[in-house]
Design a protein around this ligand. Structure first.
Ligand SMILES: Nc1ncnc2c1ncn2[C@@H]1O[C@H](COP(=O)(O)OP(=O)(O)OP(=O)(O)O)[C@@H](O)[C@H]1O
Length: 291
């Protein structure tokens, strides 16, 4: 199976944040969601993948190609949606599409017009007068109009109303009917991922905590609820992380069979949502970092 994105031993250091030799391989033909709390490195990772930032060390490859020698052909195959307006603000959408079109070998003006109509976007209004949601829609229309093999998006559903968010997910699903296409995107809306992601990458403080199949994730992680009296040094070891309230605890385990055997009917086991998994994994990681 081909990797559309490959990061090898990537290090990048800012004053108060760093990636330290991270590896990541994203497979062709799947939708991968990138999740993590605010400021954990999602945008930085996407910028490294897009060559908008250079790593201090390590190698970034897209479609097996290197930016140093194949920047133009790599960018030609990517549809990129960024979380802020990267276009000159006085320009109109009509002008932007005219500027962008020649940069892509497979620019499809009919496709672009179809998205403009579907998203009800004005072609003759300066981008600076677009609402945040309209800017995002414009960015998505441009990204989806040159038959890109790989669609990379930084929080594409941010600022969108729930009805359009839903429509957008349908559009991404339509795009994925082409089996060679891949989508990689960051989001804080985990319910979007539960609906259509194949893989999830969770990052925290510049570290990749996991990269797992969505369906396996939901089998692997289970939420356990019970009374605090059940917890002691030995039993706590069955959990990835424990959240205590006054009398009760809620914890995440990767070994539900063992938990059931040890605690029997004294605990309740529930399916963990992506939010639950993210919350407990992040808390466990922070505890580890503070040790
Ligand atoms: N150019 C830069 N110089 C210094 N620090 C930076 C730079 N860019 C990002 N950072 C820092 O790197 C960290 C990660 O930022 P990043 O924008 O990647 O997070 P994020 O996960 O996308 O956050 P959010 O979910 O809030 O969008 C933050 O602490 C940020 O302040």
């Amino acid at each position: 199976m081909n990797n559309v994105i490959e990061l090898r031993s990537i290090s990048k250091e800012f004053k108060e944040f760093s990636f330290d030799s991270i590896d990541l391989q994203i497979k062709q033909g799947y939708t991968t969601g990138l999740i993590g709390a605010n400021g954990t490195g999602k945008t930085t990772l996407i910028k490294l993948i897009m060559n908008l930032l250079k790593p201090d060390e390590g190698e970034v490859r897209l479609f097996g190609l290197d930016y140093a020698t194949h920047e133009k052909s790599i960018k030609d195959r990517i549809g990129f949606v960024f979380d802020s307006n990267i276009f000159y603000e006085s320009l109109k959408l009509k002008d932007i599409s005219r500027i962008i079109a020649p940069a892509y070998t497979q620019w499809d003006s009919d496709q672009f017009q179809a998205y403009v109509d579907r998203f009800e976007l004005p072609l003759n209004k300066p981008i600076k007068h677009f609402s945040k949601g309209m800017q995002m829609k414009a960015s998505i229309a441009l990204a989806l109009s040159h038959h890109a093999e790989l669609i990379i998006m930084d929080e594409p559903t941010a600022g969108l109303d729930p009805t359009f968010r839903r429509e957008l997910l349908d559009i991404f699903q339509e795009e994925m009917l082409n089996e060679n296409r891949s989508i990689f995107f960051s989001t804080h809306t985990t319910s979007d991922l539960e609906r259509f992601a194949d893989y999830i990458v969770l990052i925290d403080q510049g570290e990749i905590l996991f990269h797992e199949r969505m369906d396996e994730l939901q089998e692997k992680y289970v939420l356990v609820k019970g009374s605090n009296e059940l917890l002691d040094r030995d039993t706590e070891a069955y959990f990835v992380h424990i959240e205590r309230t006054q009398n009760l605890f809620q914890a995440l385990t990767t070994d539900p069979a063992q938990v059931q055997q040890v605690f029997g009917e004294y605990v309740v086991l529930e399916k963990a949502s992506l939010d639950d998994i993210m919350f407990h994994m992040k808390a466990a990681h922070r505890q580890q970092l503070n040790k």
